[in-house]
Ligand binder design. Structure first.
Ligand code: IMP
Length: 428
């Protein structure tokens, strides 16, 4: 059996956690391949709402190995908090595996993230301030600390001391911030390092062996295509590669093993943080989507910006990821509207209309969305378990999205609960 990648197709918060949780029922392993605790994945099981940030959503299935791959950046104390939450829910963690090569988010990364954002002033990116950008910066500059350094106390102290020689110059010289002490960091991270150590092992080998046994592996993306460092709305992006290529890079799975790439598409669009958003609704309709969809960040609690679905950027996402199928989520949020709009083109500043996504994010900020309008539907749809049980207008909406993207729909999510799903086909 193959590897299947699950990727956000918009600006994040599409509901990937629930899709992964569903598919994990038939998988042996779920690998997170990038990002850190800037992500927030919500899994609702009955009355229990689990908010996961670093641990893959598959952890709730006892038969599934949950892997934190080497492409991730890990915040150790925050990871321990998640372990505690899972333990309190009685979820076993003997099947958790953490790559020794994942990078460690250090306390100074958090400080630098906040200080850099403040320095940007009006041009702030609206990061989650979880230290993600500075941590990946150190990784690429070949001066980062990895999980293998964290779990060896002497090595961690020595690496931290070396890192602080440079970091303290930056903190004091550039930002006028007081320097940090090695002991402060070592003491803060030592208990977490001890807790994490038993789970550290060569995850690349685990993944490879699972594929050799013919098992199904899910590769769980965090953030989303339009936040990708290369393909997203740069500089208003995250510092990693959530797209399909990044899945292989951050997990150790060969591209030849990937059989399915699922694009998770929210039935409308949301974005947190700054950056262009052509279909953003700044009127009562936008407020309605925020309230009806409870669009507040899982990680930061920030109010998300909301708007209609944008098929132009979604076509681009389908192209760069090669989506084999779609998981259309939060369809229930749209119930109760008289009509629903779909952005099918962008009007450029010179008045011409294009169906093609402009690679230049500056231009993206100056386009006007061109809409097609479909009738809405009334009544709740969360009990539907077959496509035919949806109101006719809801079916037409789904079909129109799939037709415009030229990608079939695998799954439709119709409510928050684990089972509020319509499964149309198995993705690979
Ligand atoms: P960073 O990843 O914290 O550096 O933030 C960079 C951008 O990505 C900001 O616009 C964040 O709001 C956004 N972002 C990061 N993680 C998520 C997420 O899980 N969902 C939605 N947006 C995110």
């Amino acid at each position: 059996m193959p590897a299947i990648v699950i990727i956000g197709a918009q600006w994040g918060d599409e509901g990937k956690g629930k899709i992964v949780d569903h598919l994990a029922e038939r998988a042996a392993m779920v690998v997170r391949y990038q990002g850190g605790n800037n992500a927030g994945h919500t899994v609702v099981i009955g009355d229990t709402v689990l908010k996961l940030h670093q641990i893959p959503s598959g952890i709730t299935r006892p038969h599934v190995a949950a892997v934190l791959g080497h492409g991730m950046v890990i915040n150790p104390p925050a990871l321990v908090e998640e372990l505690d939450i899972l333990a309190a829910e009685g979820i076993p963690m003997d099947n958790l595996h953490i790559s020794p090569s994942a990078h460690v988010v250090m306390p100074y990364h958090l400080r630098l993230d906040a200080l850099e954002e403040e320095m940007r002033g009006a041009h702030a990116l609206g990061t989650t301030r979880k230290g993600i950008g500075p941590c990946y910066t150190d990784k690429v500059a070949r001066r980062g600390l990895r999980v293998r350094d964290l779990v060896d106390p002497d090595r961690f102290a020595a690496c931290t001391e070396l890192a602080l020689e440079r970091v303290n110059r930056e903190l004091t010289g550039v930002f006028g911030h007081p320097p940090l002490a090695v002991e402060e960091i070592v003491d803060a991270y030592a208990p977490a390092a001890q807790r994490i150590a038993p789970y550290v092992e060569d995850t690349g080998r685990l993944v490879h062996e699972a594929l050799e046994r013919g098992e199904t592996i899910l590769m769980e993306g965090a953030q989303a295509t339009m936040l990708d460092i290369d393909f997203g709305t740069y500089p208003y992006v995250t510092s990693s590669s959530p797209t399909a290529g990044g899945a292989c890079q951050g997990s150790g799975v060969s591209p030849l093993a990937v059989r399915g790439v699922i694009g998770v598409v929210k039935a409308y669009t949301s974005r947190v943080g700054a950056g262009p958003f052509p279909t953003e609704l700044l009127d009562e309709m936008g407020d309605w989507l925020v309230e009806r969809g409870h669009e507040y960040g899982t990680t930061t609690g920030r109010r998300r910006r909301c708007g209609w679905i944008d098929l132009v950027s979604l076509r681009y996402a389908a192209r760069v990821n090669g989506f084999s199928g779609l998981a259309l989520t939060r369809l229930d949020v749209l119930s109760g509207l008289e009509e629903i709009r779909l952005c099918v083109g962008y009007r450029l500043p010179d008045g011409t209309v294009t169906e093609h996504y402009p690679a230049d994010a500056d231009l993206l900020g100056r386009v006007e969305a061109v809409y097609e309008t479909l009738p809405g539907w009334q009544g709740e749809i969360s009990t539907a378990r077959r496509f035919e049980e949806l109101p006719r207008a809801a079916r037409e909406y789904c079909t129109r999205v799939a037709t415009l993207l030229r990608v079939p729909i695998d799954l439709i999510s119709v409510g928050a609960e684990r089972n509020d799903l319509i499964a149309l086909r198995w993705p690979a």
